[in-house]
Design a protein around this ligand. Sequence first.
Ligand SMILES: C[S@@+](CC[C@H](N)C(=O)[O-])C[C@H]1O[C@@H](n2cnc3c(N)ncnc32)[C@H](O)[C@@H]1O
Length: 419
Amino acid sequence: MASRPSDPPGFPARRAALRLLDAVLRQGLALEQALPRATQGIERADDRALAHAIAAETLRRLPDLDALIDSATRQRLPDDAKARFALRIALVQTLALGTPPHAAIATVLPLVEGGPRKLVHGVFGALTRGGATLPEVPALPAAVAERWAMAWGEDVAAAAARAIAVPPPLDLSLQRDDAEKPEGVSLLPRHLRREPGNVTELPGFSTGDWWVQDLAASLPARLIGRGTGVALDLCAAPGGKALQLAAAGWQVTAVDVSARRLARLHENLARTGLEAKVVTADLRQWSPPAPADAVLLDAPCSATGIFRRHPDVLHRTRPQLIADMAALQTALLDRAAGWVKPGGTLVYATCSLEPEEGEEQLGRFLARDGRFSLDPVQADELPAGIAPAAQGWVRTLPGMLEAEGGCDGFFIARLRRDS
Ligand SMILES: C[S@@+](CC[C@H](N)C(=O)[O-])C[C@H]1O[C@@H](n2cnc3c(N)ncnc32)[C@H](O)[C@@H]1O
């Protein structure tokens, strides 16, 4: 895997980009999960970042890149053909990332050494000489466009496509009302939105006055509000919601199965000076010592609501994955429900745009557990531009707050256990 001295300059990053695309598109892995292995042996952080940027942009633009490739080949290249992968990588660099054509193709041709080099060179040359461009609004993969149009309407699918092309803004959650912070726009108390940029250089980072958290992702903990009792943050890593609960006065126990992801929570607790008990455990086996006043379950899901930052979800979320995730959520929700004190609060959230992981999951839960009822969210608990659903839950969708920079797709329900 290590770079070889004979590798042409720039080639290891492209080879890593190819490995990343292979991991996502053929093996169904998450881009972030594939990164360490795909970039193994690449010493420079810049080159690792370049490999990630090429792969992520290819995934944002995949249907459009493939349409261009298909328009220039007499026989359609199979989806998993190496020549198609090489062409995607060369074209995305030239048409979306500003790499001059000669550099884009020179660094990609070694990927098809001893194979369809001539074909790749010819198709790339024909397209770039012919003035090929990518559309301003990327196309969603057909299966995703169809699924989201069916669930939410054509307008929302169109807004999702528009959102792919725009880098999401940087949202910060502030620890206190008087937190030290950079310039920005506030859409809710203790929230600040600004252009994306280098986070660690901003005022208030080193003093731990804020942490990065999408506005929609901050809603589940906001709906629990302030309190002094015990709050369980289930599926807590990397920990934005645990930090919010701790800042709101709760005695937080944060549980997650992933020690690697919890390391980020430990770093954030150290940086912010906030306190939480952190437990590494599988919630299907773990139980708390006593029921809690508030329980937040931010359940594992297809994560299709965070497609702007993680475009791999657009391509690897098949119906079976959604069904598997929904089954895991059902198991975790039933366990979490058993840990809520009478009269206590349970918030269920997923960063998914699939009703099976949100509305339908909640409907099934309420039908089988008569102890819980919805505690309807009020309009004044949400930013202007996001209204609670008539049923009392919150559903954030592409197109909401679009003029302000948008937000992730979330489903959030606040439930009260009868006393
Ligand atoms: C949506 S993420 C949580 C994000 C987090 N709440 C935050 O605000 O930063 C879902 C989490 O569920 C965790 N998870 C998945 N299956 C689990 C299980 N069986 N037990 C505990 N945690 C689990 C994953 O490791 C992942 O960190």
